[in-house]
Design a protein around this ligand. Structure first.
Ligand code: SF4
Length: 337
């Protein structure tokens, strides 16, 4: 696999940082839990609960965490597919949290998404030529023939031109994900949310698709939010990584720092499950128990029920986000730093 630069991104190196393309502050997405005969709201599932993050032009932020931690809900909220309950999200200074659906639809030209399962996200009744040029038609960006655009887009993602009249079910999983990528780049977006985009693929195919995403990013200065439960996959593409647990970002920093010097006990547990060539390691995350319910998160630090380094204070008081050597950590072990 072409491993993406494990180095501090250009944006991070600058003292005088540029304005982020995406800036998220204290974002909350809660879902009501209805109970009783009158379906009264009894509680809320706090899927995203106070998330802050930034993504700069041309960089990839990897968002990693176990299933159910809220990372997909965060992506869907940024796409306007879920309504936020609080906080702010700005894309190139446009307030995403205030946009109506039709305004969000107009932004599709600039923000795109690639989902995990291309078979369910690609219309099975549409041929590839219609799938990859649908956005161009919708936004009246067709110059020349639809066929020319489709052939060009397929070439960009490494598929042959005679594929354009075939249907999604006639392709392999990796080829279908390439079609999804062709559709996503057709409008020349600036920002793409990749939601578990390679998780359903074999390891060798994963590597090819990640290499494709990296080369497209370099060609078009794309920014990615790359969502995955697999830290080893994320580390191959991300410039920076944000680790999410039960609706909150518990640690964020450069890929180099997160992989080689994790601070938060949860990050350390995720790293311990990353396979190392030549060493036998279980791919299971070495933590006791399951991720608690997001409708009744544990008091204090949300991770204290599973944390191997738990302190007495951890169940009593929520930690405050601290900044250490340019990275942010949500943990009492570092709150005094
Ligand atoms: Fe563990 Fe306490 Fe840090 Fe939470 S605050 S991660 S329980 S040490």
């Amino acid at each position: 696999m072409k491993v993406k630069k494990l180095m501090i991104s250009a944006a991070e190196k600058l003292d005088d940082k540029p304005e982020p393309l995406l800036k998220v502050t204290d974002l909350k997405t809660w879902f009501p839990v209805k109970r009783g005969f009158f379906s009264k709201t009894a509680d809320h599932v706090r899927a995203v609960d106070g998330v802050c993050l930034r993504i700069y032009r041309g960089e990839t932020l990897g968002l990693v965490g176990e299933s159910g931690c809220g990372k997909t809900t965060l992506g869907r909220t940024l796409l306007g597919l879920e309504k936020s309950n609080g906080g702010k999200a700005f894309f190139d200074k446009i307030p995403l949290h205030e946009l109506k659906r039709h305004e969000m639809n107009r932004l599709r030209e600039r923000i795109q998404v690639i989902f995990q399962d291309p078979l369910s996200s690609l219309n099975p009744r549409m041929t590839v030529i219609d799938i990859v040029t649908e956005g161009l038609v919708q936004f009246k960006k067709i110059e020349g023939s639809r066929k020319e655009h489709a052939v060009r887009l397929l070439k960009e993602v490494g598929l042959v031109a005679d594929s354009i009249y075939r249907f999604p079910h006639e392709f392999s999983g990796g080829q279908r994900q390439r079609i999804s990528i062709a559709r996503a780049i057709s409008l020349r977006p600036e920002f793409i949310i990749c939601d578990e985009a390679v998780s359903a693929l074999d390891v060798s195919i994963q590597a090819q698709v990640i290499n494709l995403l990296i080369s497209l990013q370099q060609r078009y200065q794309l920014s990615y939010l790359f969502i995955s439960h697999d830290l080893s996959v994320v580390s191959n593409i991300a410039d920076r990584i944000a680790v999410m647990y039960l609706g909150q970002i518990v640690e964020s920093g450069t890929t180099l720092d997160i992989i080689h010097n994790p601070l938060h006990p949860y990050t350390k547990a995720l790293i311990a499950a990353v396979p190392v060539p030549g060493k036998s390691r279980s791919r299971r995350i070495p933590l006791k128990g399951e991720i608690p319910s997001a409708s009744s998160p544990p008091p204090g630090c949300r991770f204290h029920t599973r944390c191997p380094e738990v302190l007495k204070i951890c169940s009593q008081k929520a930690p405050v986000r601290g900044t250490i050597d340019g990275r942010e950590v949500l943990c009492h072990l570092f709150s005094h730093a």
